[in-house]
Design a protein around this ligand. Sequence first.
Ligand code: NAX
Length: 328
Amino acid sequence: VHAPVTVTVTGAAGQIGYALLFRVASGQLLGPETPVKLRLLEIPQAVKAAEGTAMELDDCAFPLLKGIDISDDARQAFDGVNVALLVGARPRTKGMERGDLLEANGGIFGPQGEAINAGAADDVRVLVVGNPANTNALIAKAHAPDVPADRFTAMTRLDHNRALSQLAAKTGAAVDEITKLTIWGNHSATQYPDIFHAEIGGKNAAEVVNDEAWLADEFIPTVAKRGAAIIEARGASSAASAANAAIDHVHDWVLGTPEGDWTSAGLVSDGSYGVPEGLVSSFPVVSRNGSWEIVQGLEINDFSQQRIDASVQELVEERDTVTSLGLI
Ligand code: NAX
């Protein structure tokens, strides 16, 4: 049995927090051998609700759960943290421009980055879920100069899982027969789900589908706009599926991705595939020995390149906005 791992969840009283915490405490994040200590970070008005969730966590009597602390202070919540799940964010409200949204979130992710820099464990791994996730991760990273940049990641795993499910439905394949799908770019409507390197039972997925109109007019927009479709149907945004994707992301990061497959994650670019260095963009990734690596050497066709470029351009604009606002 391993030493307990400290997992901090921000926005713990929110809907994703509620879907996430029980799975972390039951061992689905880090495996059945690893005890966890939970730290819940909330804003003062939501601390009471977080306490209610903590009561329910107690009532599960999870054998792996070795303690729960609740705080509205980022320094306390991130002291000694090993895994930081940054879920709480400022949502876009009516009349808010993109710049206002980035600024409001800069006020959250800047100080959280500082608190991680000040107190996190040496092996800290950070996953940003709260939107705009890529640029929030960029802001947090910029405020944590002593933490290696590759520890800051943004979640595109939900997009990846959505793409797997849509491709399975189209082809009649089982989701676990599909490998090597990629989400490129920003976790936004410009994201690009790429099936040109994907395989279905070992056959090239684009050849199996053989329908570029479906790809351009159905698959890509369905995956990219799935979040809006869920809101329309459920009257609330994706929560359990988002929590599931966060579990998948950290699980694979810590425990590794399977041989012969890859997944998608927003990582700080090293310049791979022409994505400007330093941007947090989604790539095809594997995890080896506890670190993400970008899958290299894929040939990108014109159809894909155009779409990757458009999403990366959006990330450049977001970065330029937060730079001009003095947030990074
Ligand atoms: P909720 O509004 O249910 O919960 C957010 C919680 O964060 C609230 O309890 C709020 O009090 C808390 N919070 C706000 N500011 C905070 C701060 N400074 N420190 C700590 N806690 C703070 O939203 P929920 O549905 O849980 O979604 C959370 C975030 O995930 C949103 O930004 C949402 O847009 C984003 N999503 C990202 C996804 C992704 O794939 N990357 C998909 C799902 C989701 O839309």
